[in-house]
Ligand binder design. Structure first.
Ligand SMILES: Nc1nc2c(ncn2[C@@H]2O[C@H](COP(=O)(O)OP(=O)(O)OP(=O)(O)O)[C@@H](O)[C@H]2O)c(=O)[nH]1
Ligand SMILES: [Mg+2]
Length: 533
């Protein structure tokens, strides 16, 4: 098989936004329209109702929020799609940011009643820095929304990006009936289906087509006609190059929960989004059709399948062909590794995969040496440095209240640490060895506790720790150097998992005071050099 053809048909993208904008719901509907599920589940599934494919964790279903990113691979219309649903909550943003390193495009979901929210803005900035093409879905049009023109204006003003409406909403809120496709000049009127489990029926026709016209109120018809005339008079045309460069975002309107506009988004996205691009590595570029295989690990997750209780390393393939049982180099350990347990992923389901191509995300099972950020390749010269690190801002002790469960507690914690969602710090001169957890946000502690209990049968107790800031000391600092430091009140010395010395401070003020009074001990907000896990 021609590798160029395989690359051309890959589309690898993430769905991103502020919490609750409707990413998981939209993901499920993309699966429905992509033919990957027959019946769409819902985020707040009640009895006898299906839950969504991407929120498969027990805690996600309980809470109705996404906690961990999910990979869904499926085929549709000649494409092989690798779709990633991401959590919106900022406490889980490290996971989301890692996913952004593994995709070639994103769909940014906006709650059209609210406009651009804080977390969306942050994620957008990361996409822009990486030059990732962004497609926008204005969701929840079934509820009262802001004026569509104002929403476009906000994209341009707040994000500083061109916004090109591919389609336009007809009616607002309860009156929302469909969208007008500006490319084909066709109206798509949708009908609501109870629960949105099945595809919504559509009628298609021109705006003045008597059947279509008859279903619109005079007011709606006049408003849409006027808005469309205004958009047309601006004379902008769809500029593929500007979209691929991340300068313009194509905008689609709809309602995920009602299945409105989902098909148009899916087809429009596939038509205009890019296949895998070359990867930048130390200034040079590795093209996807480079003869040697390469990829990197952007996520690790344990216990995805309760039947197996193992851990999966998620690999984004960047170049060459992957073949099961192939031997690759693992540059961090300089070992040669045979990759025999490879899977394609669909939520928490997996299936053995024998070959895969650039753009694909595969799951490798059973390599305890693999860490987040690691490269796997057959080319000695390739080593990707993609994974962003976040500075923890939340700290807490995790006690094991039940000594009989010590083994489960320790094994569980070790495995969760390997996933890289939390870190553990060791206080210098600590008298008792209670793990001190460090995370981006406190919700991560809750997830750790919940998973320890449900996946390992180990209950735990959390105790607040008095710090909010951690800073790394220079790598060359020796023990006598540490002894010589004089710390502000309340600050403590500790080590991270790679034995790098850090200081924990009560607050920013205390950290700044230390920096000013100890110019030789330059602090950094991240460990310099090697990864810590
Ligand atoms: N009215 C309306 N509600 C919607 C729509 N799409 C999603 N919702 C609801 O919005 C809520 C949040 O939806 P999710 O899909 O979980 O949102 P999310 O962006 O995945 O949230 P996080 O993953 O937690 O960040 C749920 O109650 C959905 O039913 C829509 O088109 N219209
Ligand atoms: Mg979600």
């Amino acid at each position: 098989m021609d590798i160029a053809k395989e690359i051309q048909k890959r589309r690898t993208f993430a769905i991103i936004s502020h919490p609750d904008a409707g990413k998981t719901t939209l993901t499920e509907k993309l699966l429905l329209y992509g033919g990957a599920v027959q019946l769409a589940g819902s985020v707040t599934a009640r009895k006898n109702q299906r839950a969504t494919t991407s929120d498969w964790m027990e805690l996600e279903r309980k809470r109705g929020i996404s906690i961990s990113s999910t990979v869904l691979q499926f085929d549709y219309d000649g494409y092989r799609i690798n779709l990633l649903d991401t959590p919106g909550h900022k406490d889980f943003s490290e996971d989301t940011y890692r996913v952004l390193t593994a995709v070639d495009a994103v769909v940014m979901v906006i709650d059209a009643g609210k406009g651009i929210e804080a977390q969306t803005l942050k994620l957008f900035e990361v996409c822009r820095q990486r030059g990732v093409p962004i497609f926008t879905f204005m969701n929840k049009c079934d509820r009262p929304t802001r004026e569509p023109l104002a929403l476009l204006d906000e994209l341009e003003r707040v994000l500083g990006i061109g916004a090109f409406p591919v389609n336009w909403p007809i009616g607002n809120g309860f009156e929302f009936q469909g969208v007008y496709d500006r490319q084909t000049r066709q109206v798509y009127l949708f009908e609501r289906v109870v629960g949105g489990q099945y595809r919504a029926p559509v009628s298609v026709g021109g705006l003045s087509d008597p059947i279509i016209r008859g279903r619109l109120s005079d007011e709606t018809f006049a408003k849409v006609s006027e808005e469309l005339a205004m958009l047309d008079s601006a004379g902008e045309i769809f500029d593929d190059a500007a979209v691929l460069a991340g300068q313009t975002t194509p905008v689609f309107f709809g309602s995920g929960v009602n299945n409105f506009g989902v098909q148009l988004l899916l087809d429009g996205f596939l038509k205009h989004s890019p296949p895998p691009k070359p990867r930048v590595m130390a200034g040079s570029q590795i093209a996807p059709d480079h003869a040697e295989f390469s990829g990197f690990i952007f996520k690790i997750q344990a216990n995805m399948d309760p039947k197996h209780r193992d851990r999966i390393a998620f690999v984004r393939i960047c170049s060459g062909k992957f073949e099961r049982d192939m031997t690759v180099i693992h540059p961090r350990t300089e070992k040669k590794v045979r990759l025999s347990s490879s899977h394609k992923l669909f939520g928490n389901e997996r299936e053995v995969v024998n070959e895969a191509y650039p753009g694909d995300i595969i799951g490798l099972v059973g390599h305890s040496d693999f860490g987040i950020g690691d490269t796997l390749t057959t080319d000695r010269n390739i080593c990707y440095k993609e994974i962003p690190r976040f500075t923890p801002e939340a700290f807490a002790y995790l006690h094991n209240p039940n000594t009989a469960k010590f083994k489960q507690f320790r094994t569980g914690l070790d495995q969760l640490l390997q996933e890289g969602v939390i870190q553990v710090l060791q206080l210098r001169d600590a008298t008792i060895k209670v793990p001190l957890l460090a995370a981006v946000g406190p919700l991560q502690f809750e997830v750790v506790q919940y998973r320890l209990e449900s996946e390992y049968g180990a209950p735990s107790r959390l105790e607040a720790a008095p710090w909010t800031v951690v800073r790394w000391l220079p790598a060359q600092f020796t023990e006598p150097d540490l002894d010589a430091l004089s710390l502000p009140t309340g600050a403590r010395l500790a080590y991270d998992m790679g034995q790098n010395p850090v200081i924990l401070f009560a607050n920013d003020w205390s950290a700044n005071y230390f920096s000013q009074t100890n110019p030789k001990a330059a602090l950094s907000s991240l460990p310099i050099g090697r990864l810590t896990n």
